[in-house]
Design a protein around this ligand. Structure first.
Ligand code: B1M
Length: 236
């Protein structure tokens, strides 16, 4: 771990202690230590999804609480975010390794004015793991960027992420523009992000709100089956 004399050997910790240590290291923005801890849990036979949720996502939840309470500030949270991304980079190929056939395509991006991307990246990883092809168009996406990506990639699903109460209304701008262009019903629109809820998704005309990445996968699978049935019905 550290260069000092009191080096902590992560391998000597039992699973519970190691998970807490990973959360502490995430909090402290120690990317290498987080990566080491993630690798040890995997070596001990933990499922990648369990490592992701119990160690990393929970660690970031704790960071969020202290950020809200003014104990942590943007620079520290950025370091924590980078440490989280380091851990996620190890898990990404493992979560995508299910060998599932491609079940559909999704374009996803974080809305204009918003640079939070950890949740979006996690949704992308889980969707890829479930056999979806994901085109991630990044952060701070304006309506033109979304529409251009839909035009270029012709996905079944559009996913939008927003983490700020000030940026979530932009999702409605995108959906309203899709309506104006007469393309709204060509896509399944899924929205997510901590400040959203089902009522908001309904109010802006999205197809569904996804509380977390696994709900996003389940919702996408259900709605894509309906979407295909509708297309087949329309052709018959
Ligand atoms: Co920000 N930030 N932040 N921040 N930040 C929050 C969101 C906040 C709640 C913190 C707090 O006060 N407790 C607060 C928002 C308050 C509000 O609007 N009500 C906040 C604020 C205020 C800000 C700034 C304004 C701070 C400032 O500058 N003064 C600023 C804004 C920058 C901007 O975007 N313009 C800012 C900046 C930052 C950092 C850059 C430092 C960093 C982002 C780094 C990055 O993403 N690369 C950061 C972080 C890390 C957070 C917290 C701590 C963690 C967010 C996160 O990654 N969570 C966050 C507090 C919190 O949410 N608890 C906070 C982990 C992630 C796995 O969860 O993103 O919710 P989440 O994603 C979940 C679900 O929501 C869902 O699935 C995901 C996986 O399960 N989901 C989807 C998300 N998107 C989806 C899309 C889908 C489906 C599901 O589409 C199909």
């Amino acid at each position: 771990m550290s260069d000092g004399g009191e080096e902590l050997d992560l391998r000597e910790l039992d699973d519970g202690e190691l998970v807490r240590q990973i959360q502490d290291d995430l909090y402290d923005g120690l990317q290498e230590e987080v990566a080491e801890g993630v690798n040890i849990l995997l070596e001990r036979g933990w499922e990648p999804y369990r490592v992701l949720t119990e160690a990393l996502v929970e660690g970031m939840r704790i960071v969020g609480v202290d950020f809200r309470d003014g104990i942590l500030f943007v620079p520290e949270v950025l370091l924590a975010a980078n440490a989280m991304k380091g851990g996620m980079a190890i898990l990404r190929p493992l979560l995508a390794e299910t060998g599932a056939p491609t079940v559909g395509k999704m374009v996803i991006g974080t809305v204009k004015g918003d640079i939070h991307d950890i949740g979006k990246n996690l949704v992308s990883m889980m969707m890829e793991g479930a056999g979806f092809e994901v085109i991630d168009i990044g952060i701070n996406c304006d309506v033109d960027k979304y529409l251009a990506a839909l035009e270029e990639h012709r996905p079944e699903i559009l996913g939008m992420s927003a983490l700020l109460t000030t940026t979530m209304p932009y999702m409605k701008v995108v959906i309203d523009t899709m309506v104006e262009h007469g393309i709204r019903d060509d896509y399944i629109v899924l929205v997510g992000g901590a400040p959203l809820n089902e009522a908001f998704a309904e109010a802006i005309g999205a197809d569904a709100y996804c509380r977390d990445a696994s709900v996003a996968v389940e919702t996408a699978k259900t709605l894509i089956a309906r979407h295909h049935n509708r297309l087949v019905g329309a052709r018959a």
